[in-house]
Design a protein around this ligand. Structure first.
Ligand SMILES: [Zn+2]
Length: 379
């Protein structure tokens, strides 16, 4: 039987980069290879098909992998959940497709989040041989998290899966995270009128028009940290604060043409209900309303807070994972699981500060410890 570290090297060996503007590489092959090792271990594997927009209008076929054992109706069902796609290789230093050196395994996506997945797969492979399972484990691997459409987890939730609880393996340094910030993503278009650059009086420059609005949005983005929530306090001094980032501005074709459109893409991380932030955005745009041609909220999710019955056996098991709990600053598939009524904690191996950075690695000792914690959780 392959060990967790070998499974991790297998996963890293598949190029599963995913971004809005890149095609998808071998994500489906990676899931096929996971299916093969699980089936060999006697685990039932299903795929769920869906398509995503590749960014240029083309629909690309993707799939989720869902694996389970013969389930016992008396036991709670616990999802072990993760995504197999990674951010682009970008400036990754070293071999992005994985290498073992000393007591560590390196590679793009090792931290976010193939290391946790490798442990989950390994635990699932061993589960059929475990005598006294305390829960029905169900492995859920999606393949579209990093491009922010969350198509994979949405497809999974469409079937109303009968799951009582889930563990999302995003990296948390093996700390239980039971609170997660909400998120808003919005697009604002400012329209002008095109014309030749030498005759500015015949057109309307969308860049110039948008400047006062951009100034006000910048003021909002620096002031929003004062929207706080004491329930989200943790050892991380920023966890109870909101944030906002103007991530992209697009305008103009070429230097001698008056730009007819400017697009602003922004995101917010919320510790209060998302309505509050949408109202702040509206308020900021109100004085500029005549120049805002279109305003679209791509998604808006409230923050999550997992509530578990203190007397439930699952609650006791969560306390065994770690006795401290924290807040996840990033947005994760756990928020969508919680939104649908499946209490989901985030609990993964590796330090989240290495996510998407030029070096990602897991200590093999940590990988083993995480595998053991998951094993204890299901047994
Ligand atoms: Zn992730």
């Amino acid at each position: 039987m392959k060990e967790d570290k070998h499974i991790l090297l297998d996963l890293l060996g598949h190029d599963t980069q995913n971004s809005n503007r890149q095609g998808f590489a071998s994500t489906n092959q990676a899931l096929n290879s996971v299916a093969e090792i699980l089936s060999y271990a006697g685990v039932k594997v299903e795929f769920q098909d869906y398509t995503v927009d590749s960014g240029n209008g083309q629909q690309v076929a993707r799939k989720n992998l869902v694996a389970k054992l013969e389930e016992n109706a008396e036991l709670p069902t616990v999802g072990l959940q993760g995504h197999i796609d990674t951010v682009p290789f970008g400036d990754y230093g070293g071999n992005p497709l994985g290498e073992k050196e000393g007591g560590r395994i390196y590679g793009r996506g090792a931290v976010d989040m193939k290391a946790s997945l490798a442990s989950m797969i390994y635990v699932m492979m061993r589960a059929p041989g475990m005598a006294n399972l305390a829960v029905n484990p169900r492995l859920i691997i999606t393949s579209d998290e990093e491009a922010h459409s969350f198509a994979g987890i949405k497809r999974f939730l469409e079937d109303n899966p009968p799951i009582d609880f889930a563990i999302c393996g995003e990296p948390t340094g093996m700390q239980v995270v039971d609170r997660g910030k909400g998120a808003i993503s919005a697009v604002i278009d400012v329209f002008g009128k095109s014309g030749h650059g030498s005759r500015p009086y015949q057109g309307e420059n969308a860049i110039v028009k948008a400047l006062p609005l951009l100034n006000d949005l910048a003021a909002l983005s620096s002031g929003i940290r004062y929207v706080t929530n004491p329930d989200f306090e943790s050892s991380d001094s920023y966890s109870h604060r909101s944030s906002m980032n103007i991530g992209r501005i697009q305008a103009g074709e070429t230097v001698n043409v008056i730009p007819a459109q400017l697009r602003i893409e922004l995101e917010m991380r919320c510790v209060q209900p998302s309505d509050k932030y949408l109202a702040l955005l509206e308020e900021t745009m109100a004085p500029h309303r005549d120049l805002v041609g279109a305003y679209n909220v791509v998604f808006a999710h409230d923050p999550m807070r997992v509530q578990l019955d203190k007397d439930s056996p699952l609650c006791g098991k969560v306390l065994m994972l770690s006795n401290e709990s924290g807040v996840f600053n990033g947005f994760s598939e756990a928020v969508l699981l919680n939104d649908t009524g499946i209490p989901t904690i985030v609990y993964g191996v590796c330090d989240s500060r290495m996510c998407h950075s030029s070096q990602e690695y897991v200590d093999i000792a940590d990988l083993k410890a995480y595998t053991q914690k998951l094993t204890d959780f299901i047994s």
